[in-house]
Design a protein around this ligand. Structure first.
Ligand SMILES: Nc1ncnc2c1ncn2[C@@H]1O[C@H](COP(=O)(O)OP(=O)(O)OP(=O)(O)O)[C@@H](O)[C@H]1O
Length: 318
């Protein structure tokens, strides 16, 4: 798709208030072609508000949104696919019928709408549910239909508000596979999520928002590498990850609480001037060291750091 291959969404200096609550406080965000962008941040940080502005559901108090270098207008928005936070399909309508209907609303002719529907139901593993009423499907399958609704007109850009919430691992894999195909087809994807391991696994780019502003953004791997905080993973034979007593007394070294992405051994965060060899010496005193390596922080660790670090200047009443 020639248009989508150069497609870029730019949000610049968005401000939005709900009464006295500052929801967006100068938020700027790019969604680049060929990339899956994860939009993460604490509850109430401004993700849904930003997405609603992109889709024209809300207007910002100030700031601009452009698409391919031009101010975003209604015609361009009709070519976007949106999965809102409040899922809004018809519970009593049959799955395929509803998708065909939505595709026709987007201007597809009947035959094309039916083809697009069949194709999507197949990709999302829902072919055998095509004739069922939406409300008879499990919540996870209803969510797959929601994604189908955002995709049925072959959009130029996808904006998805927590598309993975509540899905089982197979549902996650199915949705992730379809989204990856969409990115490869030429439609960049912006999705919000609180599942940071998932974002790290799926996304090329991440934008971290806090108090209505972006506090870190860019290539996920580069952000992890740029992080100035050094960490080592240490495994001491016979010592469980939870037992970090051997580290006691090493100044400028702190055990990071175990998480699912670093279950083996102990992850130790080092201050700038702490010598990692001191940690190794202490570990060897506790027992044979079976593993010692420097590791990059995970996205979750990065998130905690940038979200905790930035002073909360805005977001409350002004
Ligand atoms: N309709 C509304 N009226 C008043 N305040 C609102 C409204 N919608 C959002 N807010 C406030 O605006 C701020 C940003 O909310 P938003 O829903 O954009 O955040 P979010 O990052 O999507 O949060 P979450 O991760 O919890 O979904 C919050 O302080 C929220 O309470």
């Amino acid at each position: 798709m020639s248009i989508a291959s150069t497609a870029v969404l730019r949000c610049r200096d968005l401000h939005l208030r709900y009464g006295s609550v500052v929801a967006l406080d100068g938020l700027s965000l790019d969604v680049e072609p060929g990339r899956m962008t994860g939009f993460v941040g604490p509850n109430g940080a401004g993700k849904t508000s930003t997405m609603r502005i992109v889709l024209g559901v809300l207007g910002p108090d100030s700031g601009d949104v452009s698409w391919n270098g031009r101010p975003l207008d209604a015609a361009a928005r009709r070519r976007f696919g949106y999965m809102p936070e409040e899922r809004g399909l018809y519970p009593k309508m049959r799955v395929a019928e509803q998708l065909v209907y939505l595709a026709r609303l987007h201007g597809l002719d009947a035959a094309t709408a039916r083809r697009a529907t069949d194709d999507l139901l197949d990709r999302l593993g829902l072919t055998d549910r095509a004739r069922d009423e939406l409300e008879s499907l499990s919540l996870g399958n209803q969510q797959r239909v929601q994604l189908a609704a955002a995709l049925v007109h072959g959009p130029d850009l996808l904006v998805l508000d927590e598309p993975f919430s509540g899905l089982d691992p197979i549902g996650v894999d199915v949705l992730a596979g379809v989204l990856r195909e969409e990115v490869e087809r030429g439609a960049p994807v912006l999705f919000s999520s609180h599942q940071l391991e998932l974002v790290e696994r799926l996304c090329d780019t991440v934008a971290i928002v806090k108090d209505g502003r972006i506090v870190a953004a860019g290539d996920v791997e580069r952000l992890r590498r740029q992080n100035r905080r050094r960490m080592v993973r240490v495994e001491v034979e016979g010592e469980g990850a939870a037992d970090t007593s051997w580290l006691a007394g090493v100044e400028g070294a702190a055990a990071v609480p175990p998480g699912s992405d670093h279950e083996r051994g102990t992850l130790v965060a080092l201050d700038d001037d702490t010598d990692a060899q001191l940690v190794l010496d202490r570990a060897r005193a506790a027992g044979p060291v079976t593993h010692f390596s420097f590791v990059l922080p995970s996205l979750s660790e990065l998130f905690r750091e940038v979200v905790a670090e930035q002073p909360a200047e805005a977001g409350a009443a002004a």
